[in-house]
Design a protein around this ligand. Sequence first.
Ligand code: DC
Length: 224
Amino acid sequence: MKKPVIAIDGYSSTGKSSISKVIAEKLGLIHLDTGALYRGVTWFALQNCLEEKGTINLEVLFSSFDQIELEFKNDNGELILFLNHIDISKAIRSNEVSDNVSFVAKQKEVRDFLLQSQRSLAEKGGIIMDGRDIGTVVLPDADYKFFLTASIDERTKRRYHELLSLGIEADEQQVKENLIERDRIDSEREIAPLKQAEDAIVIDNTNLTKKETIEEILSHVKKI
Ligand code: DC
């Protein structure tokens, strides 16, 4: 039996990645956190493509794609992202990256650069991919599509605690503002905006635990 292709989209900090990781383990699928790829490109840009005034020079970034090699390695079930063979899994969660990633992700050139590798990973099936445009653009023929949402206060709380657990200093109000701003840029961008696919199952997990959200998703996957 061919293993399914599952698309999980939704707002920032709705638990898409951590939920997808568990579902991947349960169903024996590969998990791809596509947000990490956009964060990886942003990290590269912040290291290599800054102008004197501290803004990202997009032309320099676009002409540097051939120097960007992003690769996930599995470390005891934990996917570690490497950029040119250097572990950047913690660096991509920094506030600096979070503040710039939506600006980078809205560029057509960046999206084109990352699109093909995402699609080719899904060709053989057996994958769960989470992001913003998976059900709408990257994998429009996915077997299952889910769209996760939750209240902004709940999402702020989750992100704030995630940062603290990573040892990254955080201010709750700033975290909230970053989430609102990112959602705005992600939803309003011209190319592949954050939006629910027409055939996606919407799950509001404001009042659901991670375990309950996983069960809800699995109940649909098993039913069909
Ligand atoms: O899931 P995340 O918060 O780590 O994603 C970081 C940013 O990357 C998010 O603000 C929007 C962008 N992104 C995207 O544009 N398309 C995707 N498929 C995944 C993420």
